[in-house]
Design a protein around this ligand. Structure first.
Ligand code: TXA
Ligand code: MG
Length: 322
């Protein structure tokens, strides 16, 4: 595994073309990429992450015209409307796939997930590679998503390159919103900073569904437990008794909430975009701090972007709430 700077991007692009594995920054989280049209290369991703093969991958593109080859024709109008408004950016669109997409990419589903990232390094890498790039988040299965190249490096996965980028604390910081388009409906499979209201305002002639607890999800990768640090993580409530060896993550500075334990603020004033951008890096910091034995974290509202943040936190705390 070699860590390279963006000046050596053409080596990484060539590696992708030749079937290798490259971790790279996107504006959401770091991705672990392989040539999406090469099933053996894609199998390498599942192997490196120890990811179960029922969890399909997102295919990353750098030019809109690439959807013509990946999606089955006719391509639904909603795809173009959403792409025009939100690409490049943190939106993933799931649509019936064409025959060239290998079934290992979609876990045998007949639809494929596609995203055009806005991070300049991601765009240049995909463009130079000249192939669509299948990439999940660059972490071992179930663990925290990486928002810096160090987070990727500490996972010790068998990969060829990590492309160094900036820390993503000024970027989006949580994974893209995933929507599935079928006929006249659009289902929000994974919440993100592009909210279901944003989606509704863009395709007002479509029925936009946001599955609640009793609608079965059609996205196999969306497990109840996910994104977990390697230490116990609990929600903090007003009556929580904070242990000495705890780390506390809060989303707002408020009077009367001064904990003696190590505290990280994801935002000074509860700004949800800031909370999202700093969420994974705060969790990584607590995970890496040897003095912290247990982590407590604030909830946010469930409205708007809060829905995406609480989705990640509910999954990260799931195993400790049982
Ligand atoms: O922001 C992101 O989306 C990041 C960066 C690297 O682009 N990627 C990411 O990938 O979060 P991953 O693999 O951790 O999550 C992708 C999720 C899967 O868990 C799955 O639920 C959903 O997207 N997905 C992928 N392909 C799908 C498909 N064909 N049908 C339904 N859901 C799909
Ligand atoms: Mg992931």
């Amino acid at each position: 595994m070699k860590i390279i700077s963006e000046n050596e991007l053409s080596d990484a692009a060539e590696c992708l073309r030749n079937g290798g594995l490259v971790a790279f920054p996107t504006e959401t989280v770091y991705g672990l990429g392989a040539n999406a049209l090469n099933p053996i290369a894609v199998a390498g991703i599942f192997n490196a992450k120890k990811r179960p093969n029922f969890d399909p991958l997102i295919v990353h593109i750098s030019e809109l015209s690439q959807i013509e080859a990946l999606f089955e024709k006719p391509i639904n109008d909603a795809v173009y409307k959403l792409a025009e408004r939100f690409w490049p950016g943190p939106l993933t669109i799931v649509h019936r796939k064409s025959a060239i997409v290998p079934s290992i990419v979609t876990s045998d589903l007949d639809a494929v997930a596609v995203r055009m990232p806005s991070h300049p390094i991601a765009q240049r890498l995909i463009h130079e590679a000249g192939v669509p790039v299948a990439a999940p988040s660059a972490n071992r299965f179930g663990q925290l998503s990486p928002t810096s190249y160090n987070h990727v490096a500490k996972q010790n996965m068998e990969i060829d390159y990590i492309v160094m980028g900036d820390d993503l604390t000024k970027a989006v910081g949580i994974e893209s919103t995933v929507v599935a388009i079928e006929n006249g409906t659009c289902t929000v499979l994974r919440p993100g900073v592009i909210t279901s209201d944003d989606i509704k305002s863009c395709i007002s002639d479509f029925e936009v569904l946001t599955p609640g607890k009793n609608i079965k999800l059609v996205s196999p990768g969306l497990l109840q437990s996910h994104y977990s640090p390697l230490k116990p993580l609990y929600y903090i409530d007003s009556d929580t008794n904070i242990l000495e060896e705890a780390g506390v993550i809060l989303h707002k500075k408020e009077l009367g909430r001064n904990y003696t334990a190590k505290t990280i603020f994801t935002s000074e004033n509860g700004n949800l975009l800031e909370v999202a951008a700093n969420l994974f890096s705060a969790l990584h910091q607590m995970e890496e701090d040897a003095e912290v034995k247990v982590i407590y974290i604030d909830r946010t509202t469930e409205e708007g972007i809060g829905r995406a943040i609480m989705d990640r936190l509910n999954k990260a705390t799931f195993q400790y709430r049982q």
